[in-house]
Design a protein around this ligand. Structure first.
Ligand SMILES: C=C(O[C@H]1C=CC=C(C(=O)O)[C@@H]1O)C(=O)O
Length: 405
């Protein structure tokens, strides 16, 4: 017998779209349903997908299936490809109601949504990674690892490798997950801010500056080559930033990698702009923007094709890709899981926006783990790379500072 979705309970006229989004998130968490909450760069709307279950394969990026993708750096048993079909989608626009998909969400979700007030305690309610603690590396050991990679690059074994590390802090008393998400939206207007909670997989919060694949409603494909980092010190503006040869080369490698993907597909008519300096919180990066009008160039599935070729880009892996991935496997103590994977809405509002999962944390029941990496080349200085990963972690960890002892 087919069940019908209940009609959406009426919301009082003074319920703001932001409140509706938060209430949907809370109700999904309490009903143990997969849920994603996000805000696209340079927009205000907080959007939500709630799913009745997950799929472990991605649909095409150009439609017709709609939902939210959450994919790891490298697929493993504990970090599968995950897609949340949009059984409920809320666009966050004033005057609109959540849209329902074909699969009915459990009544427990609707009952909770109807009764849940805005301010409820979510402590202990979010799903956490079943394997528990994430190993982290001491400064000395990290710098030795960086030196090992530098020697390999000086010997010509590879050109670039991105090495990452983690840092775990206890969660402070009274930590409020939705408040943390809101703070990130306020701090980082140009970032993709997301909060994803999936039973059996975990809960991730982040504010990433790196677009991986976009297919907009006019069927324009976009991606970026983002790399090279320097702190945004007092008085510096992106326009006066001066870059060293090391960062220029590091970013050029990512740019060349994207061009090689277009070449592989035999696509010549793309637009390339940059590199230019962009701000991401308290950091500056170099970015080149690429775009192609899919219908005009005759590549109707360019988003899907490029996604397959791009991930992991040399902004999170290295060059050549296979040698860099092997070195990451040998030198990193932790599994990256969803850090440096990708995430985002697929065909919602007729658009796909996938971002690289950077500047992110994973929540345990009473801990928070930050992940960050830096691109090593033959000219890297180990102590600087440690500081760079520290600064990248601060993007999100600054919200958790009350818990640092
Ligand atoms: C790998 C990360 O950043 C990438 C994106 C921008 C700049 C980067 C860099 O300068 O190394 C990285 O390639 C991270 O934030 O963990």
């Amino acid at each position: 017998m087919s069940q019908e979705n209940p009609s959406i309970p009426p919301l009082s006229a003074d319920t703001s779209p932001g409140e509706t989004a938060h209430r949907l998130f809370q109700a999904a968490l309490r009903a143990q349903l997969p849920v994603a909450l996000w805000r696209l760069p340079n927009t205000q709307e907080v959007q939500v997908v709630v799913a009745s279950g997950v799929q472990h394969a991605l649909p095409p990026m150009e439609g017709p299936q709609k939902g939210f993708a959450f994919c790891p750096f490298q697929v493993s048993a504990s970090a599968p490809v995950t897609f949340l079909p949009a059984d409920l989608y809320f666009s966050g626009k004033a005057g609109t109601a959540p849209e329902l998909g074909d699969t009915v969400l459990p009544t427990a979700f609707w009952a909770d949504f109807q009764k849940s007030g805005l301010k409820t305690d979510l402590a202990g309610k979010w799903p956490s990674h079943p394997a528990g603690t994430v190993p982290s590396i001491a400064r000395d050991a990290f710098e030795k690892t960086v030196s090992t990679s530098i020697k390999s690059m000086q010997a010509g074994c590879l050109e670039k490798v991105v090495l990452s590390r983690t840092k775990t802090l206890p969660l402070f008393e009274g930590f409020d997950l939705l408040h943390a998400f809101t703070q990130l939206t306020q701090l980082y207007a140009t970032a993709f801010v997301s909060l994803v909670a999936i039973p059996g997989i975990g809960t991730w919060l982040g504010a990433t500056p790196e677009l991986l694949v976009q297919v907009d409603r006019h069927r324009v494909f976009r991606t970026v080559a983002l790399a090279g980092t320097q702190p945004l010190t007092d008085g510096l503006t992106p326009a006066d930033a001066i870059w060293r040869q090391k960062e220029i080369e590091e970013q050029a490698l990512v740019q060349r990698y994207i061009v090689s993907c277009f070449r592989h597909l035999r696509l010549r008519e793309y637009v390339e702009m940059g590199p230019r300096t962009v701000r991401a919180g308290n950091l500056l990066h170099l970015r080149t923007d690429f775009s192609a009008a899919m219908d005009e160039v005759g590549f109707l599935k360019l988003g899907t094709q490029m996604l397959e070729l791009l991930h992991p880009t040399s902004a999170v892996g290295g060059m050549p890709k296979a040698a860099a991935l092997q070195m990451i496997g040998q030198l990193e103590l932790h599994e990256r899981r969803y850090y440096s994977g990708y995430l985002g809405p697929v065909q919602l509002g007729q658009e796909t926006h996938l971002f690289v999962n950077l500047r992110c944390v994973e929540l345990g029941q009473d801990t928070v783990t930050a992940y960050a990496g830096a691109g090593m080349t033959a000219d890297s200085v180990p102590a600087k790379e440690w500081v760079e990963t520290e600064l990248k972690m601060q993007t999100v960890l600054r919200l958790f500072q009350a818990s640092e002892s």
